[in-house]
Write a protein that binds this ligand. Structure first.
Ligand code: SF4
Length: 307
């Protein structure tokens, strides 16, 4: 099966955004309420910091993805709009405010992500862990999904986050191996796979998730190899979405991937054994993250899940 016949190496024309990527504006008063909770608790979200196209939709549904550890990232990835700057000291009140915001929003499922904190000896793993524990205490039945940095591959930091027992541990490959050096700063494809392998081995009962963006110049075979690599380290949930250039200073979009192609990738990923696949132009790793049904995913687990 082939999804795209060629791989263009020149950027798409300016202003050529296809109709399926047109933004939807806020449609419900819940948008203002979500904004109020985020501002009122002085929290950062990746929805805003990464200029996510789905913000109006997600916030109108009463969901948001909290970004902890500050809003200054120590890395400078070619795809990401999160501000790169010298980070500030960790905000020790953040875990409790995250917890209060989750309770106030009555979330059934929260995604907590983080900036890379290469300046800290533990990569902010203890802080992330505290955020999970505080959110758990305030909302015991809420599903907690954590999307982490690679912690420079330090197993003790990954283990520290796993010890807080999120239901879903997520780490994004973001792109195929060949493109990783230009897309992700100071990260390597192989190290990210090892992060996932270690997490899977350390906490085999947690669900594991990863994701990639399409439209950066990857070939079909490279996408297939990436999905296969994810499966080989035990990833069960995968997201595939269109890369969008957040500013002219970021990597250009080389291709608009059609909804039909995303649907073909969804079928292919399912055939490869992923138990949950979200694949579509506007899919981001946290887009409709609450749509996963944990019980059915656990039930659908392969008894031969790679370890
Ligand atoms: S897709 Fe994720 S990052 Fe984007 S607005 Fe929705 S919750 Fe926020």
């Amino acid at each position: 099966m082939s999804c795209c016949s060629s791989t263009p190496q020149t950027p798409v024309a300016k202003g050529s955004k296809p109709p399926w990527l047109r933004l939807r504006l806020p449609t419900s008063p819940v948008f203002a309420e979500t904004t109020g909770v985020v501002r009122g608790h002085d929290l950062h979200t990746v929805c805003e910091s990464a200029h996510c196209p789905n913000r109006f939709e997600c916030w109108s549904r009463g969901t948001a993805t909290f970004m902890v550890g500050g809003d200054h990232c120590t890395r400078n990835c070619g795809f990401c709009a999160v501000h790169t700057a010298k980070p500030l000291a960790l905000d020790t009140g953040e875990p409790e405010r995250i917890a209060q915001a989750c309770a106030r929003m009555k979330l059934r499922h929260v995604v907590i992500t983080m900036v890379a904190r290469d300046d800290l000896s533990d990569g902010a793993s203890a802080h992330v862990s505290e955020c999970i524990l505080a959110a758990r205490k305030a909302s015991p039945s809420m599903i907690i999904e954590v999307l982490t940095s690679d912690f420079n591959g330090r197993e003790e930091d990954i283990a520290r986050v796993l010890e807080a027992r999120p239901e879903i541990f997520s780490h994004n490959l973001e792109t195929v191996e060949r493109l990783t050096p230009s897309v992700r700063s100071r990260a390597t494809y192989r190290r990210s796979l090892e992060v996932m392998r270690f997490a899977r081995q350390t906490a085999p009962d947690l669900l594991m998730k990863s994701g990639i963006m399409l439209g950066l110049g990857e070939t079909d075979d490279e996408i297939r190899a990436t999905l296969s690599d994810m499966r080989s380290v035990g990833i069960e949930i995968v997201t595939l979405g269109q890369y969008l250039q957040p500013s002219p200073n970021h990597l250009p979009v080389l291709r608009w991937v059609t909804p039909e192609e995303f649907s073909t990738w969804e079928q292919e990923a399912r055939a490869m054994g992923f138990t949950y696949v979200a694949s579509g132009p506007l899919v981001r790793s946290s887009y409709y993250a609450d749509a996963v049904n944990l019980e059915s995913l656990h039930a659908a687990r392969s008894p031969t899940l790679p370890l």
